[in-house]
Design a binder for this molecule. Structure first.
Ligand code: FAD
Length: 451
């Protein structure tokens, strides 16, 4: 449904994850030309997949929620909504040597890691947060650690919340605002039942559908084409790849801020907001099994010295037809890309994953394992500092024609495809408004071969 409101303009989109794909799709719907640059050989970014014996599997566990409005609307547009499989899921909690189901108020009252008064206080505190705290923005200036200690008391914080925050943000958990925590808690347990969804064909099907639409509307997608630098002149943004400079009317970057800062030259370099934002990376081990391992989609793990903070069995949601009957267990460790943990060799992680499963499930039979794969991502979760709302990057770099659709803008929303669809769509609108305001169209794709 191209409306051709901004003709004769060409925009560069940097990155072929969900943010880049949606940015390109929305611009093309408005009649703006797009060239999308993706560094790797595949689309999807963190929602990327791999093939195992003909079956498509997620590199990192990915599902959607039935409250994911912008993502579900996009899937309607792409004619994929009818293929979503919704599944009620449950959660478990491995706390030191004991395992607890963690789904109902009764489960909380039986949660032996806390004393009975602590369990009662936790139940009251959780109800207070989800039912009575309506203005999350007021929590932007308070750390989650301080807020949770006030609500739940120091002992519950130390036993429960501190390990969970550390699992996600490492030693920097202490900077994360209560607003982020509130947003997350109210998103995931907003409904009475937890229901998760997965599109037939997986996240690759979404990326492929967007790519087909982009090409159908005249956009160009270039894989294996990292953008090496970005300059801005008086009337264009110049994109440098291995062999070319090309000029565009504007650019949208979906890169993590430190990566954008690396390629931004001249006046943009000093203007990149949050250029030193710290991100947690992740090491994610996928264990491909012949049988189901355990009853829950998600299991939090708080266990001294244990190398993983969670275990996710995605085939409680992902249909077994897609995995040719195989069951997928993901074990993850969120850590900084420069840490020793992140840089341990794959072989070590494969070994640790198998050992971890054996220790959690003593009846587990090693012959159930068919394959183990290790995936890493260096820039996953921004470690939000307090008062981030005021410093959160705007859609447009000030005084420039470089726009942003990146996870650094997600706060306080959860860093997820749903949020990125919303952000990318909003940024594309802002680009169109900017371009429509230009008096003379910029000459598009002015190629200068460097060599
Ligand atoms: C373990 C894990 C579990 C997750 N679970 C879920 C979930 O269940 N549900 C959910 O909705 N979300 C989930 N997420 C979050 C989700 O993956 C992200 O929110 C989303 O993928 C971010 O998309 P993006 O396009 O902004 O960034 P990315 O996916 O990181 O895409 C950025 C792209 O830019 C490319 N790039 C980098 N540098 C350059 C360059 N110089 N030139 C050109 N291209 C470049 C990269 O190759 C990449 O493809 C999960 C993430 C992880 C890691």
């Amino acid at each position: 449904m191209s409306t051709s409101t901004v003709p004769n303009q060409q925009v560069a989109v940097l990155g072929g994850g969900i943010s880049g794909l949606v940015s390109a799709f929305r611009l093309l719907q408005q009649g703006v030309g797009v060239t999308l640059f993706e560094a790797s050989d595949a689309l999807g970014g963190l929602g990327g997949t791999f093939e195992y014996r003909g079956a498509v599997m997620e590199q990192f566990y990915h599902v959607m929620l039935n409250s994911d409005g912008p993502l579900l609307s996009l899937l309607e547009e792409l004619d994929l909504a009818g293929t979503i499989r919704w599944q009620e899921t449950g959660m478990g909690f491995q706390y030191e040597e004991a395992f607890y189901p963690f789904n109902t108020p009764l489960d909380l009252l039986r949660f032996g890691a806390l004393t009975i008064p602590e369990r009662l206080r936790t139940a009251v505190g959780a109800a207070y947060i989800t039912k009575f705290v309506k203005d999350g923005a007021a929590l932007d200036g308070i750390t989650a650690a301080t807020w949770l200690t006030t609500i739940f008391g120091a002992s519950v914080f130390e036993k429960l919340w501190r390990p969970l925050l550390t699992a996600k943000f490492g030693d920097l958990f202490n900077t994360v605002p209560a607003y982020w925590f509130w947003s997350r808690l109210t998103r995931e347990k907003g409904g009475a039942k937890e229901v998760k969804g997965y599109v037939e064909g997986g996240y690759r099907a979404i990326a492929n559908a967007l790519a087909s639409e982009i090409v159908r509307m005249g956009g160009e997608i270039r894989l294996k084409t990292p953008v090496l630098s970005l300059h801005e002149t008086a009337d264009s943004v110049r994109v440098h790849t291995e062999s070319h400079w090309e000029s565009f009317s504007a650019a949208i970057s979906t890169l993590p801020m430190p990566l954008l800062q690396k390629i931004a030259c001249g006046k943009i370099h000093g203007a990149v907001p949050q250029s030193d934002l710290v991100y947690q990376g992740v090491v994610n081990v996928v264990v491909i099994l012949k049988q189901r391992l355990q009853p829950y989609y998600w299991n939090a793990i708080v266990k001294q010295g244990f190398p993983f903070q969670g275990l996710v069995e995605t085939t409680h949601v992902v249909p077994l037809e897609q995995t040719s009957g195989r069951h997928l267990v993901y074990l993850m460790n969120y850590c900084h890309k420069d840490s020793e943990t992140y840089n341990r060799c794959d072989y070590d992680w494969e070994f640790q994953a198998q050992k971890a499963i054996r220790s959690l499930y003593p009846d587990f039979d090693q012959s159930m394992i068919e394959e183990v794969k290790v995936f890493r991502a260096p820039f996953v979760e921004p470690v939000w500092p307090v008062n981030y709302l005021a410093d959160r990057p705007e859609a447009q770099i000030s005084g420039s024609k470089v726009f942003l659709a990146t996870t650094a803008q997600a706060y306080p929303r959860v860093n997820a495809w749903n949020t990125m669809v919303e952000i990318a769509s909003e940024t594309a609108v802002k680009v169109c408004i900017e371009l429509a305001g230009q008096t003379a169209p910029v000459v598009a794709v002015d190629e200068l071969t460097l060599a």
